[in-house]
Write a protein that binds this ligand. Structure first.
Ligand SMILES: [Zn+2]
Length: 291
């Protein structure tokens, strides 16, 4: 049964034609300029991208896909992807699931909602897993869980830190209980890695919700988040209806969670490489620190 959960994608990567976006109506010229959803100011997209997709006026963090994240975080040319060809099957025969996966593969140019591999940050070797919200909203099915587990085991094998960037709508409903199982599986893998002395850093990005927030995203030795990231288990309305109380305005934001002790720090993307490098240096076996 377990072997039926996923398979390898043996089809060659195809190239897709781009469709002109003339039909999109916007008050901002498409592509050249970007409007910040937070401060409403307009800036050159090029300038925004150069600033790691952080608004140059107000510091708002735009969402990044896994490729952009890799480029901004790892040393150039250091990334070596692992298990990239693993793709989901349809173990519960959920209607239209395979078609939806195929569409997301075309759109995102990814095989699944997480990219895993080995790379370096300022010369420090790490294993990294980066979730991508452009694929099925970053939801966690059996392949996402398996790839993350294999990445943790790879970090254990190499005795290097494991860093995960989360962005997820939670467990993937099309795989039902098999998706929920991934919470336990990834948590056990992290516990084993931790018992062997492994360092785990979780970086929660917008949005990190559902079963992902309730498992590996919150199990780091360090639990960090990007500014204003939405982090939570159930949605605001569901909670308000069940406890019959109005929730605070900033509920389920990174800032709220930091105030209440669920996060260790909020780190701006512009400062991330420096901060993570410091932590990697502190935890380097036999490393020397100058005070
Ligand atoms: Zn802004």
């Amino acid at each position: 049964m377990l072997k039926d959960l996923f398979t390898k994608n043996n089809t060659k990567k195809r190239k897709y034609a781009t469709i002109p976006t003339e039909t999109i109506k916007s008050d901002v010229p498409e592509g050249i300029m970007t409007k910040c959803p937070s401060c409403k100011k307009i800036m050159y997209t090029k300038e925004l991208n150069k600033n790691l997709k952080v608004c140059i006026h107000c510091g708002h963090h735009f969402q990044m896909n896994s490729r952009e994240r890799l480029e901004s975080f790892l040393d150039e040319g250091s990334f070596e992807e692992i298990n990239e060809n693993m793709i989901s099957k349809n173990p519960l025969n959920f209607p239209d699931y395979l078609e939806k996966l195929e569409k997301d593969r075309e759109k995102s140019k990814l095989n699944e909602a997480v990219v895993t591999g080995i790379g370096t940050v300022n010369g420090h070797k790490i294993v990294v897993a980066i979730m991508d919200a452009t694929f099925r909203m970053g939801s966690m099915g059996s392949v996402v869980g398996e790839k993350i587990t294999l990445a943790i085991e790879k970090a254990d094998e190499l005795s290097v830190p494991f860093i995960i960037f989360t962005a997820s709508g939670g467990a993937r409903m099309q795989e039902g209980a098999l998706s929920l199982m991934q919470m336990a599986k990834t948590s056990v893998a992290l516990k084993r890695f931790s018992d062997n002395g492994g360092l785990i850093i979780s970086m929660m990005t917008h949005p990190t919700t559902g079963g992902v927030s309730a498992s590996f995203a919150s199990l780091g030795d360090y639990n960090f988040a990007e500014p204003e990231a939405l982090i939570g288990f159930a949605g605001r309305r569901v909670i308000e209806q069940s406890i019959r109380e109005e929730l605070p305005e900033d509920f389920q934001t990174a800032e709220f969670l930091l105030k209440h002790g669920q996060l260790d720090a909020i780190i701006s993307r512009l400062d991330l490489v420096n901060q993570i490098t410091n932590i990697l240096e502190i935890h380097q076996p036999g490393g020397e620190l100058e005070w």
